[in-house]
Design a protein around this ligand. Structure first.
Ligand SMILES: [Mn+2]
Length: 306
């Protein structure tokens, strides 16, 4: 049970970096699925900051390898500022996305904050994809496939230099879990930059407990854990409401274990919930599942313990 935690929900209703429209409805779907009430029931002090208000999605073709780069930057700058504000207020920011390009803004703010506070930052990237594309190798130009690369200094200067330091992150600070779809050139980049990837085969062979022990190895009381939860991490059979479903994902029990093992550390300092697309969902069940898992992140156990 997490207590004395103050959480700020930051809605970011945009699909500016995605290949399908609809993730802009994610924040409302998470609220309707009862996220604020569920956290309050855990004893969490919840403040819903409402939604950020950024540019509309022009739904235009890529220019120089990026779709909607100006708008992507505008949304990420707004989110970075909002995230920093909540961190400075001593609160745990929870970003309600929106697509995963927004991870640049939230994590840049968190990285700046951790540097300032002398904290070690570890990013857990729960995702079907590595999101390590660059304009040179992206098949689509959709920036939601690029945030990890941007955070590690590969990408357009407007995104790699969003915060006070560039790069915001070193690849060694990132652990990717659930990966099962990586573009060929992206794979080369991941290997070159030595990103620590726990793909589905690793999970199949080692089990989720050992996977999480490996991903959490080396964290200590001075670690700030940032969890970037792309809903496509989950198997599409249980989480159909995302634009980029990939079969063979994490099942319900595995996902619960991931969340509970993160909660057990007591180190989570910030969270993204991204890529939920209610237009592709069935009766909001994916949002309800996301809320269920976030409850576990905040200490609700499915097991007969404490
Ligand atoms: Mn993603």
């Amino acid at each position: 049970m997490v207590s004395n935690v103050a959480v700020s929900l930051i809605g970011v209703p945009t699909d500016i970096g995605a290949g399908h429209r609809g993730a802009r409805l994610g924040p409302e779907a998470l609220r309707i699925a009862g996220l604020p009430e569920a956290l309050a029931a855990r004893g969490v002090d919840v403040r819903d900051c409402g939604n950020l208000d950024g540019p509309v999605n022009p739904w235009s073709a890529p220019v120089d390898g990026y779709r909607h780069l100006d708008e992507v930057v505008a949304w990420n700058r707004l989110l970075m500022q909002a995230t920093r504000r909540e961190l400075e207020a001593g609160r745990l920011p929870v970003m309600l996305g929106g697509d995963h390009c927004l991870g640049v803004g939230s994590i840049t703010a968190v990285a700046d904050w951790c540097r300032q506070q002398g904290k070690q930052l570890r990013v857990l990237w729960l995702d079907a994809h590595s999101d390590f594309n660059t304009s040179a190798v992206t098949p689509s130009g959709n920036v939601h496939g690029m945030p990890v690369a941007c955070l590690c200094g590969l990408g357009p200067k407007v995104l790699t230099h969003l915060g006070q330091h560039s790069p915001a992150l070193q690849p060694a600070q990132v652990r990717q879990i659930g990966i099962r779809s990586v573009d060929p050139e992206e794979k080369r980049l991941i290997k070159q930059h030595q990103v620590d990837v726990y793909d589905m085969r690793y999970i199949d062979e080692n089990g989720m407990k050992r996977t999480m022990q490996a991903a959490l190895a080396g964290v200590d009381a001075n670690t700030h854990l940032h969890v970037s939860f792309d809903v496509d991490f989950l198997d599409p059979q249980i989480a159909p409401g995302v634009g980029t479903t990939v079969p063979g994902g994490v099942n319900y029990r595995e996902a619960q274990l991931v969340m509970e093992m993160i909660a057990d550390t007591g180190l989570m300092g910030s969270l993204d919930i991204v890529e939920l697309n209610p237009l592709l969902d069935h009766h909001n069940r994916t949002a309800e599942l996301a809320v269920d898992l976030v409850e576990s992140l905040f200490g609700k156990s499915t097991l007969m313990r404490d």
